[in-house]
Design a protein around this ligand. Sequence first.
Ligand SMILES: C[S@@+](CC[C@H](N)C(=O)[O-])C[C@H]1O[C@@H](n2cnc3c(N)ncnc32)[C@H](O)[C@@H]1O
Length: 207
Amino acid sequence: MKSINNVKNILEIGGGNGELTKFIADKLDVEEIVCIDSNKELTEKSTKSNRDARVMYEHINAFSYCPSYSFDLVISLHGCGSLTDRVIDIGVGSNIRNIICVPCCYSKINNEKLSLPRSHILKSKKEDYEKIINLVFKYEGSVKESDDGIRSIMRDGYRLLLNFDRLFYLQENGYDVQVTSICERKLTFSNHISLNNSMRFAIVGMK
Ligand SMILES: C[S@@+](CC[C@H](N)C(=O)[O-])C[C@H]1O[C@@H](n2cnc3c(N)ncnc32)[C@H](O)[C@@H]1O
């Protein structure tokens, strides 16, 4: 299994308020971190408070962005819906050797921006893939995150299928892949409220 090392140039996509970028810049010996986000207010605020010459915040829509040179690592934390797929595309297309993305907001997958499935292995079973997606998609958004019954299993089926496609797609493009949990499966905030964190994991691709 490959490991992530010698990371000097990092691209963060959908960096929001830039906290992860700040943290990485503080903790790692990096030469440059570019943090892009489509929210101008956020990137302007981060730019104003930035005191680190290695860090750059840019107001950019990832769907119309192509990096002008190759980074060592592209990361994305909670890339809503298809944004995670765009991060993977940027990584693959720009031959970035390390990709780490944490998907979220599965109901915001936009099939007009992408033609799913994208991996050859699932494309060859497109009809079956679509049948299963149609069966389980209705549970996405209609089942509470705290629900741990059969309906949440169906919803997770949808999420799993999307993520298997992402993993296969990375593999087919020469990456070693791994999924890694980023938090406990279930966080309980009180006796009454619990947050089901199934599918809260990072997809990691390494070349
Ligand atoms: C759920 S937030 C996550 C923010 C941050 N990564 C975090 O975990 O706190 C998603 C972020 O992606 C940004 N975003 C959404 N679509 C985008 C796009 N097409 N290009 C770049 N950023 C985008 C949003 O503005 C938002 O800041």
